[in-house]
Design a protein around this ligand. Structure first.
Ligand code: ZN
Length: 260
């Protein structure tokens, strides 16, 4: 140990680090060693909920992830809604994460659902404030984007880095405006059209027929009666697991690191 009198400034920095370490540790319990500032001990503990993503610019529409591995992402749009907790129950039972593209207007009063998503390891993305066509990237459209970022951040402390444009409508101008906001436009490669309520069996079969390594699957947990979707997902998940697929969030699929 370096003598205290010689390096007061360094010790002040160490004390600050210890204080920060103690703050971080208090949220997840005291370490076995009893040293809250030990970085190895902190790293071994359960990660805190994410605050945001490590930025990687992508001024393009993402429709799927790398095809080299049997990793896929299940996504839910138009929530949160009365069906969302049932979706989360299924995901929890199956121990898989999903990605939820939420509408800003639906966040108030459902903050606990969003917090649960992050605690469960799910990802939250932006789906505009009130489900409008963003493709003109007008001032009003970008206010829809910004207000939704604010609503999600206020509810959870997490800043999304993914946006799914309503109706899948994007444009070069929108992609530029999203990139400046550190948002990646996320579309899909498998669409069972569950929003038309074609029946649980049809939703299941369309997903199973369409999935390939790297697929991003579009389903809905809000915007109408989603009981067919809720009924279909458990069977979809168990079948695809049996075919060797691993479910990951879209951020994981794209290799976007998280800030915690
Ligand atoms: Zn939508």
């Amino acid at each position: 140990m370096v003598p205290r009198v010689v390096v007061a400034g360094v010790l002040a920095a160490v004390a600050l680090a210890a204080a920060l370490g103690a703050t971080a540790t208090s949220a997840v319990g005291t370490s076995a060693s009893g040293d809250p500032a030990d970085p190895l001990t902190l790293a071994a503990q359960a990660p805190a909920s994410p605050r945001g993503c490590q930025y990687r610019p992508r001024a393009t529409n993402v429709r799927s992830g790398p095809a080299g591995r049997r990793r896929i992402a299940l996504t839910f749009d138009d929530g949160p809604s009365a069906y969302t907790s049932r979706v989360l129950d299924v995901l929890e039972r199956e121990s898989i994460p999903a990605t939820f593209f939420v509408e800003g207007r639906k966040v108030a009063g459902r903050e606990q659902l969003l917090l649960r998503m992050l605690e469960d390891g799910d990802m939250i993305g932006n789906h505009s404030y009130s489900h409008v066509d963003l493709s003109k990237a007008s001032a009003a459209a970008m206010t829809q984007v910004d207000d939704t970022q604010d609503a999600i951040e206020a509810a959870t402390g997490f800043t999304p880095c993914l946006l799914r444009a309503p109706y899948g409508r994007t444009s070069r101008k929108l992609l530029g405006a999203l990139a400046r906001r550190r948002l990646t436009s996320t579309l899909w490669s498998v669409n069972p059209r569950d929003f038309l309520a074609p029946g649980t069996a049809a939703i299941r079969q369309r997903v199973l027929d369409g999935v390939r390594p790297g697929s991003i699957i579009l389903t809905h947990d809000g915007g109408g009666d989603r009981s067919q979707t809720v009924a279909a997902i458990a069977s979809i998940i168990t079948t695809l697991k049996a075919r060797g697929y691993t479910f990951v969030t879209v951020t994981d699929l794209l290799g976007l690191g998280l800030k915690r």
